[in-house]
Design a protein around this ligand. Structure first.
Ligand code: IPM
Ligand code: MN
Length: 355
């Protein structure tokens, strides 16, 4: 029997409860498709700080590399917000991404027909939206040196080298080739030198993909265009911080940030996580939406394990659950036939995925 090792990082806040639902669904589809998943838990973020004092313990950074893929919940919370930067949960996640060299963060934004009314935007604007944000994940201002804060003056550095831009641009063009063959590269080349190198380099890479239409957009304009006419986008290629901001914005096209999955991919490893945070304010109440994590598990099956049929099962099941009117609290106002708890919607999706 095909057998895979999955490293689970449940994390903080709603992390454990959404991972539990993803595992429920994974177990259902692996059974149906005749393969086996073996899970191992690892600590990261606040949970790791509480247990070991370190947001990214060595056992985690080394251990997860033995797995075929890493499924990640969410980290962070007020409890750890006043710690020095290198001890904060977020630093743990950044270290993990860096350690795994997962430089490409893929954030697909799909609008489910059933939820066109859930967005704050008009249905006519968002109906049929299907775009992919390709965010560079282990460079840019998140990691640039020098950085510092002496209480009087603080600074970070946005750095990109040409090879870093080339490799993320290639990912975006490859993805575009399998989609609608359009890449919009987002930068701030009218102000930033780093963005000028980004733009020039993306132009060079584009020559290898003559079938793909490349356009460029300044990030401020892109933020506006995403709301004005999101259907104009196919693949959005951008750096770390712009991608962070634009993908939160884009999530609202779908109606809830609780719906959007992501895959972080490198040469060797893959990390699969919902784009949302740990939402400590709603943790433990059974009202969080596990769909983003369940959809991330589907991406994991497809990209890391090549279990396409199982991934399809999950994606179909999510659509069906929404179609039948099952809604978690965040979406309860939109054509809900039944409002479900976190674990109820997980079971419904697992059940549909098994059919
Ligand atoms: C995300 C998150 C992270 C990021 C935080 C938690 C470090 O917002 O995955 O988008 O900024 O990358
Ligand atoms: Mn973010």
């Amino acid at each position: 029997m095909r057998s895979y090792k999955i490293a689970l990082i449940k994390g903080d806040g709603i992390g454990p409860e959404i991972i539990e639902e993803a595992v429920k669904v994974l177990d259902a589809v692996s059974f149906c498709e005749g393969f086996e998943l073996k899970y191992e838990d690892y600590l990261l973020g606040g949970a790791a700080i509480d247990a070991t004092g370190d947001p990214a313990p060595k056992e985690t950074l080394e251990g997860v590399k033995k797995a075929d893929a890493v499924l990640f919940g969410a980290i962070g919370g007020e409890k750890w917000d006043s710690l020095p930067r290198d001890k904060r949960p977020e630093t743990g996640l950044l270290k993990l991404r860096k350690e795994l060299q997962v430089f490409a963060n893929l954030r697909p934004v799909t609008v489910y027909d059933e939820l066109v009314n859930a967005s704050t935007l008009k249905p006519s604007v968002i109906e049929g939206v299907d775009l992919m944000v390709v965010r560079e994940l282990i460079g840019g201002i998140y990691f640039g040196e020098p950085r510092g804060n002496d209480g009087e003056k603080a600074f970070n550095t946005m750095v990109y080298t040409k090879p870093e831009i080339v490799r993320i641009a290639k990912v975006a063009f490859e993805i575009a080739m399998k989609r609608n063959k359009r890449v919009c590269s987002v930068d701030k080349a009218n102000v930033l030198d780093v963005s000028q190198l980004w733009r020039d380099t993306v132009e060079e890479v584009a020559k290898e993909y003559p079938e793909v239409t490349l356009s460029h957009m300044y990030v401020d304009n892109a933020a506006m265009q995403l709301i004005r006419d999101p259907k104009q986008f196919d693949v959005i290629l951008t750096g770390n911080i712009f991608g962070d901001i634009l993908s939160d914005e884009a999530s609202m096209l779908s109606g809830s940030i609780g719906l959007l999955p992501s895959a972080s991919i490198g040469e060797k490893y893959g990390l699969y996580e919902p784009i949302h945070g740990s939402a400590p304010d709603i943790a433990g109440q059974g009202i969080s939406n596990p769909i983003a994590t369940i959809a991330s598990a589907a991406m994991m099956l497809r990209f890391a394990l090549n279990e396409e049929a199982a991934a399809d099962r999950i994606e179909r099941a999510i659509k069906q659950a929404l179609h039948e009117g099952y809604r978690t609290q965040d979406l309860s106002a939109y054509d809900a036939k039944e409002v479900c708890s976190t674990s109820e919607i997980g079971s419904i999706i697992a059940n549909y995925a098994s059919k």
